[in-house]
Design a protein around this ligand. Structure first.
Ligand SMILES: [Zn+2]
Length: 354
């Protein structure tokens, strides 16, 4: 088989898994329901009502989260089309060392900020995180909130199911020494899925709090380049004043794009996530403003609400610090006198150049 045919085969296999695994999950939910409801009906009085109520509530919430996720993944996976490459560059854009925009050779187009190519689906995706066959497709700008709620509610549901089945199974063994295979199967599957989904909750939470995707996480250890709009001045001869910034970045050139002047910065691996602001602001940028938004699978992520507006991704504090050092960019908010930079584990506060 040629390497192209192999690639095509792997793509199709991944897409087939994205159909098979969700169906398997539904089958597992069916078996679990049968066992848990059966056990609850065997119990008496308040226990029966309590378990049935808790179980049905968690199941309903999980199914809603699952349905909204799958719908969004198939209807709007966050694909970036060639016609969208001509969006204005804005104050800052990711580039290569010569100041050219990042280019996707598979799609034959320039990539807007935070866009990455998905090799399984074969197109570029906005804020692409990863391809998850358990979630039936790509986790991205349009699906990240749904994905987080799905794994969160799946962990609640599987924890409740595992504990309920384990308790009733033990009782049953003590009473009659019977160990039905369906109970053991349901317990095994639900506890495995609990560890799996709880792990995904922890991983997703970490990324949400740092305003980072899994793809961007992989680039943390690499040198990156950004171009920042500024005044046409000799930026190359102007030293960076802040000692911390000086350690993690340097000016390597200047370029003109769309009639605007840009300064090209090289960012060392220690620069940290480019969009990281405060943990709460990071979390809200994907999950929504209030607790009601966070928990509600029907309430759309602010990223989705903002449509294709490039400005919906606010640059992180470290990038803003660079903009301020060189009097670059435009700030709609009040310009801060002091700015704290978080980079790696360290944080520092410094006075902004006047
Ligand atoms: Zn692409």
């Amino acid at each position: 088989m040629s390497s192209e045919a192999q690639e095509k085969w792997a793509m199709n296999a991944n897409i087939a898994m994205a159909v098979v695994l969700p169906l398997g999950e539904l089958a597992a939910i069916g078996v679990t329901s049968w066992v848990v409801v059966g056990a609850a009906l065997d119990a008496g009085g308040a226990t029966r009502i309590g378990i049935l109520f808790g179980y049905c509530l968690l199941l309903l919430v999980l199914l809603i989260a699952f349905a909204t996720l799958v719908l969004q993944v198939w209807v709007n996976p966050g694909r970036v089309r060639k016609s969208e490459e001509a969006t204005p560059l804005g104050d800052v854009y990711l580039c290569n060392h010569t100041g050219d925009e990042r280019f996707c050779s598979d799609c034959g187009m320039t990539k807007p900020n935070r866009t990455s190519h998905c090799h399984i689906l074969g197109f570029c995706i906005d804020r692409y995180d990863h391809y998850c066959p358990y979630a039936s497709g790509a986790v991205s700008a349009t699906t990240h909130k749904n994905f987080f709620l799905f794994v969160l509610y799946a962990s609640f549901y599987t924890l409740f199911s595992s504990i309920t089945i384990a308790v009733f199974l033990k009782e049953r063994i003590d009473r009659s020494d019977s160990k039905p295979a369906s109970w053991i199967a349901a317990l095994t599957v639900s506890s495995l899925f609990f560890f799996f989904s709880a792990g995904m909750v922890a991983e997703s939470m970490k990324n949400l709090l740092a305003n980072m995707t899994s793809v961007e996480n992989l680039k943390k250890g690499a040198t990156q380049y950004i171009a920042v709009r500024g005044r046409a001045a000799n930026a190359l001869q102007t030293p960076i004043l802040n000692p911390r910034l000086r350690q993690i970045t340097s000016v390597i050139g200047e370029t003109e794009r769309d009639g605007q002047f840009y300064i090209i910065f090289m960012l060392n691996p220690g620069f940290g996530p480019l969009w990281r602001r405060g943990p709460m602001e990071n979390f809200k940028s994907v999950m929504g403003e209030s607790f009601l938004d966070w928990a509600n699978p029907f309430s759309r992520s602010p990223i989705v609400k903002a449509g294709k507006d490039e400005l919906r991704y606010t640059w992180g504090f470290s990038v803003e610090a660079l903009m301020l050092e060189y009097g670059c960019g435009t700030f709609s908010r009040n310009r801060p006198k002091h700015l704290s930079i978080v980079s790696g584990e360290k944080s520092s506060v410094f006075r902004v150049r006047g």
